[in-house]
Design a protein around this ligand. Structure first.
Ligand code: SF4
Length: 80
């Protein structure tokens, strides 16, 4: 297995709660139950931050990169 480390950041203040990311990749994204904006699923959160995740497997990183392209307001940022 190839291991990579990719950071994903959601600019939650500009999320429209459209659900595209969580519908497409529920393993990584979910709507926050209180404000309905997208957040990182707990397992992948970086230091407990709901807006930042650290992906360590190639599959997870690829999935996240694909979903980032689908966000209609382009607020999912990928950092290698
Ligand atoms: S796809 Fe973008 S705008 Fe839609 S819920 Fe996800 S982060 Fe928010």
């Amino acid at each position: 297995m190839v291991w990579v480390f990719v950071k994903v950041v959601i600019d939650r203040s500009n999320c429209t709660s459209c659900g595209t990311c969580s519908d497409t990749c529920p393993k990584l994204f979910e709507p926050n139950p209180e404000d309905t904006f997208s957040q990182i699923v707990e397992k992948f959160r970086l230091n407990g931050n709901i807006a930042e995740g650290l992906l360590t497997e190639e599959f997870e990183a690829s999935a996240c990169e694909a979903v980032a392209l689908f966000c209609p307001v382009s607020i999912i940022r990928i950092e290698d």
